[in-house]
Design a binder for this molecule. Structure first.
Ligand SMILES: Cc1cc2nc3c(=O)[nH]c(=O)nc-3n(C[C@H](O)[C@H](O)[C@H](O)COP(=O)(O)O)c2cc1C
Length: 206
C-alpha cells in the first residue's frame, strides 16, 4: 500500500470499536512523533498517552458536542506544547552534546540554546504549537500506514483536560488524537472525501 492509499483509507473516526491497539503498533506511532522534524530540532512538545478507561471517560466529558471518540478509543494521545522554550532548548543542547553534534555545540559566536529559545519567542506564542501539529501529522500518517483509525481533535476544553492529567505547568495540551479501530456503527467511514481540487489549492508563480 502506498502513502496515498493510506491517506485515502483514513478518515476522522467518530466512534471506535473495543479492539486495543497493540503495544508494538502504538510504539511505531510514537516513534513517528519522535522523528518528526521541528524548528531548531528542540521538539517543544510532549505527548501524554492515556489508556485508562475511566480517565478517558472523564476527558471525554470535556469535549464539545457530546463527541464519543475519546470514550471509545483504544488510546488517547494528548499533544501538549512545552512553553518552557529556554529549558527545552538547553535540554536539546545537552542531547546534541552527547551525540557529538559539534555544529550545535561548538560555535563560540552562537549559543544554540539561547538562539533557539529567542527564535521561538520571536515567532510568537503559537510557535511551539506549530511544531506539535507537525508531529501530529506524522502520527496521523503512521496510524494510517498501520490501518489504525484516528481523529485529530481540538474541540475540547483543553484547560480542563490539563487539570485532569495533572500536568506540569510547562505542558499545555493543544490537540488530541484518539486512536483505535473504527466501529461498524460509525457511518462516517463511508462519507465522501471533500477536498479542493488542484486549482483550489495550488498555483505556480511565473
Ligand atoms: C487540527 C484538527 C482538529 C480537528 N478537530 C476535530 C474535532 O474536534 N472533532 C472531529 O470530529 N473532527 C475534528 N477534526 C477532523 C476534521 O474535521 C477532518 O479531518 C476533516 O473534516 C477532513 O475529513 P477526513 O479527515 O475524514 O478526511 C479535526 C482535524 C484537525 C486537523
Amino acid at each position: 500500500m502506498s502513502f496515498l492509499d493510506s491517506l485515502h483509507w483514513r478518515y476522522a473516526t467518530k466512534k471506535f470499536n473495543e479492539t486495543k491497539v497493540p503495544a508494538n503498533a502504538l510504539a511505531h506511532v510514537l516513534e513517528s512523533v519522535r522523528f518528526a522534524p521541528s524548528s531548531f530540532g528542540i521538539q517543544p512538545y510532549h505527548v501524554v498517552v492515556v489508556e485508562d478507561a475511566a480517565l478517558k471517560e472523564q476527558i471525554n466529558k470535556h469535549t464539545f458536542w457530546d463527541q464519543q471518540q475519546i470514550a471509545t478509543c483504544s488510546h488517547l494521545l494528548v499533544f501538549c506544547v512545552d512553553i518552557d522554550l529556554a529549558e527545552r532548548a538547553r535540554e536539546y543542547v545537552t542531547l546534541a552534546t552527547a551525540a557529538g553534534r559539534t555544529d550545535v555545540t561548538s560555535d563560540p559566536d552562537f549559543d544554540y540554546a539561547v538562539e533557539a529559545a529567542a527564535f521561538g519567542n520571536k515567532m510568537g506564542p503559537e510557535w511551539a504549537a506549530k511544531q506539535a501539529y507537525l508531529a501530529l501529522g506524522f502520527a496521523l500518517a503512521a496510524c494510517a500506514e498501520l490501518r489504525i483509525d484516528s481523529c485529530p481533535m481540538e474541540a475540547a476544553h483543553l484547560e480542563k483536560i490539563k487539570g485532569l492529567l495533572d500536568l506540569p505547568t510547562r505542558y499545555e495540551p493543544k490537540v488530541l488524537l484518539p486512536i483505535g479501530y473504527r466501529s461498524p456503527e460509525d457511518a462516517h467511514a463511508s462519507d465522501a472525501k471533500v477536498r479542493f481540487d488542484e486549482s483550489g489549492l495550488f498555483s505556480t508563480a511565473a
